[in-house]
Design a protein around this ligand. Structure first.
Ligand code: 0X9
Ligand code: ZN
Length: 455
């Protein structure tokens, strides 16, 4: 069976930060090599590339969040951000629009997108075999359940458009809670892989699940598990993730695999949530990488997350893993305005800065990256009051491999983020307790204090 990208199928809009000062082009070249030629620089294959998708990889002068948001409003996908400019994928229409609006194009490269004609493999390139495709992830999750029936149960929160189960793994020390999938204990949910090509964002929640099981008898973890209801949904977008690895070469795919009816594919799941949906930083153009869908929650994947979260009113904290840029983001993303409830704003800031001391990521409001509406965390906080974060995991920039940093980074990314994950698990008891003076340093030196749980 062969798989071809349809003419006009869309490359993803990714919005990430590159905050390094090293010459970016070096990173671009390294990334191109790491991708096995995924990015073609200068004239290589330009005719073929242009006839495939017309997408170009261009650098535009933009030096602050307002200018970045204005760039995003032209419908391009921001791939990387520097202090003075952004790198975007853009078609010729969008390039003209950018120029008309006065943006200065600093660089313009071919982007080789099509891998048409390859066998479908649905697996990672051999150098990245540590990553989990859908089947291997599913096997791991089943194994965790069957080896730990008193602590773990595996459930599907719904099916993707192409019919794959969206798995949620549930940790609870109560048998009843496990069998009924509900609990009165304070809850937390970790999610990964909303965006197809962000494969590291699947590995980290999967490793967290394994870590909790492997350390279930350690006093600190045991006490956390005893007092919390824990959910991990490692792959929200299985169709997109599988498509990204369908040919043996990465496809740079971001969205789900919705056929939009006009030859284009995909809705950006992180623009499809209902809170302030469609109010900025998303696109009605179906070919856009940030296409918002026909309606809020038009996609089965976001519907599944919505119904799961609404069905678990004990959830106090939500963490959605994305890549890349090394950021800790909190609402709002749809507006530059801060959170009007001062206590919540302070709680968010305290949580984010505390976690940053472990992973050394940059804590900030989501919209400081750029305005984007319809993302998971604006919705879960805006509709349900759940303290919700987006982590943009490593690397920090394109020169570190961007979306495809290679399997060598996985262990370190997990190590960097374990303490923040456990901290969130603890403070899920009552997030406002982070405002109590003195607790922050205690958690930093000894992240779980026996007896310090809000019951
Ligand atoms: O654009 C996104 O969906 C996220 N970045 S990514 O590179 N992983 O695509 C960031 C979402 C942050 N939220 C807002 N800025 N609203
Ligand atoms: Zn993402």
């Amino acid at each position: 069976m062969t798989l071809r990208l349809r003419k006009g199928s869309t490359r993803e809009k990714n919005q990430s930060f590159v905050r390094q000062s090293k010459p970016f082009i070096l990173g671009l070249l390294c990334s191109a090599l790491a991708l096995g030629g995924g990015l073609a620089i200068a004239n290589t294959h330009s005719k073929e590339v242009t006839s495939d998708t017309g997408l170009r990889f261009i650098q535009i002068a933009a030096k602050n969040k307002e200018e970045r948001s204005a760039v995003a409003q032209t419908g391009v996908s921001i791939e990387a951000v520097r202090s003075d400019s952004v790198w975007v994928f853009a078609n010729s229409k969008q390039i003209s629009r950018l120029k008309e609006r006065g943006f200065h194009v600093l660089g313009n490269f071919d982007y080789k997108t099509s891998r048409g004609g390859h066998e479908t493999l649905f697996d990672f390139p051999s150098g990245d075999s540590k990553f989990h495709n859908y089947d291997r992830m599913t096997q791991e999750l089943h194994a965790l359940q069957s080896e730990n029936p008193d602590l773990v149960s595996l459930t599907s929160i719904g099916k993707s458009l192409e019919g794959r189960n969206i798995w949620a793994i549930h940790f609870n020390t109560s048998k009843d809670a496990l069998s009924q999938n509900v609990s009165n204990k304070p809850g937390i949910v970790y999610m990964g892989n909303h965006h197809a090509r962000e494969h590291v964002s699947l590995e980290i929640p999967l490793m967290l699940a394994k870590h909790l099981v492997d350390h279930k008898n350690d006093p600190q973890i045991a006490q956390l598990l005893e007092n919390r209801d824990v959910w991990i949904i490692p792959m929200v977008n299985p169709d997109g993730a599988e498509f990204d690895i369908s040919t043996g070469s990465y496809q740079w795919w971001r969205k789900n695999r919705r056929p939009n009816g006009d030859g284009t594919f995909g809705v950006d799941l992180n623009r499809n949530y209902s809170y302030e949906w469609g109010t900025g930083g998303s696109e009605t153009d179906t070919s856009s990488e940030t296409y918002l869908g026909t309606n809020p929650f038009s996609e089965p994947e976001t519907q599944a997350v919505r119904d799961f979260v609404r069905g678990h009113l004990n959830l106090k904290v939500l963490l959605s893993f994305h890549t890349f840029s090394e950021l800790i983001l909190y609402p709002w993303g749809y507006t530059y305005d801060g959170i009007s409830k001062t206590k919540d704003q302070e709680t968010y800031k305290r949580m984010a800065t505390t976690m940053a001391q472990w992973n050394h990521y940059t804590p900030q409001q989501s919209s400081a990256l750029y305005i984007a509406s319809g993302d998971t965390t604006d919705w879960s906080y805006g509709e349900l009051g759940i303290f919700s974060f987006t982590f943009e995991l490593s690397p920090s920039g394109m020169e570190g491999g961007g979306f495809y940093p290679g399997q060598k980074v996985i262990d370190k990314v997990f190590k960097d983020n374990l303490q923040p994950c456990l901290y969130l698990l603890q403070v899920a008891g009552n997030p406002y307790q982070v405002l109590d003076s003195g607790t922050e340093n205690t958690w930093l030196s000894n992240y779980v204090q026996p007896g310090s749980f809000a019951q």
